[in-house]
Design a protein around this ligand. Structure first.
Ligand code: PRP
Length: 183
């Protein structure tokens, strides 16, 4: 069944096609990542976990609740896809974290590295704010180009398909799905 897209700009599939990562698989992997992150930052004071919105909102919420170290949370809002399925290449920054990054250990949480454009634009901006360390945890990575940003932590290597669910959208639909599916 077809329905109008969220922006009213055309038809969108009402149901994703195929489950790629189930809720159970995601849950297990998020716990593993949180354990690795907790161990890696054991000696670090004042860890700041920075979620890249909107796509990371569910991953971020699950991850920070599973990290066993005391830490702080802030967000960054950037977008480049709009209603399309290909990055526009124009990364718009809607919100820059107000928290000072100076001297902080910063962990950026991203839902997916696709073309690598978003992280490629955002990371230098954050680095310029002098964190003591800057690492990335991405739930999904398509590994399309060896030159793409290489997060220290990756949940799953992802197929080169348009993925939705668990925070990822198509024209703002499907973010609420508890699993990740291919359109
Ligand atoms: C998506 C996704 C990542 C980015 C990855 O964000 O959440 O942040 O694209 O793609 P890239 O590696 O090709 O840059 P989007 O721009 O759709 O905004 P959203 O997070 O609000 O969905």
């Amino acid at each position: 069944m077809m329905s109008a897209g969220a922006d009213g700009g055309g038809p969108a599939l009402s149901t994703p096609e195929r489950v790629v990562f189930s809720a159970g698989q995601i849950d297990r992997r998020v716990r593993e990542l949180a354990a690795e992150i907790s161990a890696a930052y054991m000696e670090v004071d004042r860890l700041l976990v920075l979620g890249l919105l909107k796509g990371s909102f569910i991953f971020m919420a699950d991850l920070v609740r599973a990290i066993t170290l005391s830490h702080q949370v802030d967000f960054l809002i950037a977008s480049s896809y709009g209603a399309g399925t290909v990055s526009s290449g124009d990364v718009r920054l809607h919100y820059d974290p107000v928290t000072s990054l100076d001297g902080r250990a910063v962990l950026v949480v991203e839902d997916i590295v696709d073309s690598g454009t978003t992280l490629g634009r955002v990371l230098p901006r954050l680095q310029a704010r002098d964190p003591s360390s800057l690492e990335v945890c991405a739930l999904l990575h398509k590994r399309l180009d060896p030159a793409d940003p290489a997060p220290r932590w990756v949940g799953f290597d992802a197929p080169n398909e348009f993925l939705v669910g668990y925070g990822l959208d198509h024209a703002e639909d499907f973010r609420h799905l508890p699993y990740i599916a291919s359109l």
